[in-house]
Design a protein around this ligand. Sequence first.
Ligand SMILES: [Zn+2]
Length: 270
Amino acid sequence: MRYIEPHGHMVSRTTDDYIDMVTAGCEAVCEPAFWAGFDRSSSDGFRDYYRQLTEYEPARAARYGLPHFCWLCINPKESEDVGLASEVLALIPEFLDRPNVLGIGEIGLNKNSRNELKVLEMHVDLAARTGQMILVHTPHLEDKLKGTRLILDLLAADSRIRPERVLIDHVEEHTVRVVLDRGHWAGMTLYPISKCTPARAVDILDMHGTERLWMNSACDWGESVPLAIPKTALEMRRRGWSAEAIDRVIYQNPLRFLSQNPRFRLPTVA
Ligand SMILES: [Zn+2]
């Protein structure tokens, strides 16, 4: 089995997790910028975090032959303070040329608040001005469908944004169709206690097909499973999916979306 982990918060995981992932067939990991489990007190904390994502973490993964990529932003959970968010956004361009940076993410909404929307708009503008791809987080705490619609409308209102270069993550049964119908890619997050279980994710694939869909573990500092993708592949096999169809979802689909950025190069792909 081979797979790509397109959304894993590796700074919160141990080195043993890297070894387990590579052993299970992981060929690349991508790490969106995220909340640290606590609110950072100044933009300096974000500068250090971006250095961790672009210097330290790729080096840690490289020890096991695993290519590591990342996305940069201030996440929605820390977007209430628009002043701090503005300072952090001003830092991001100096990191965008680093070799493992794929784009702006994971941006989006957490509580669907006015300030979160403002900061989301600032991120979308930054991505448009700098030609970056976008990775979007959709809310779990408040109304996911409402938040997803707000995000989709904001993206559609900006004619500089190409829908196929945007992935909307954490989709569920009630949001997957509206995302795909707008021409975006959709991500399903496999979590043991919230979001999507492996069984629900395979149900969604059975209902909506495999076009422009990927799965991720989003493994972070909370209860999460770094091997959620290979474990879901076992569920697919149990339900009679062919090896080729499983490979399409867990390897070829993320490869297709991410390869829109020429920086996403894998040593295993000619
Ligand atoms: Zn995440």
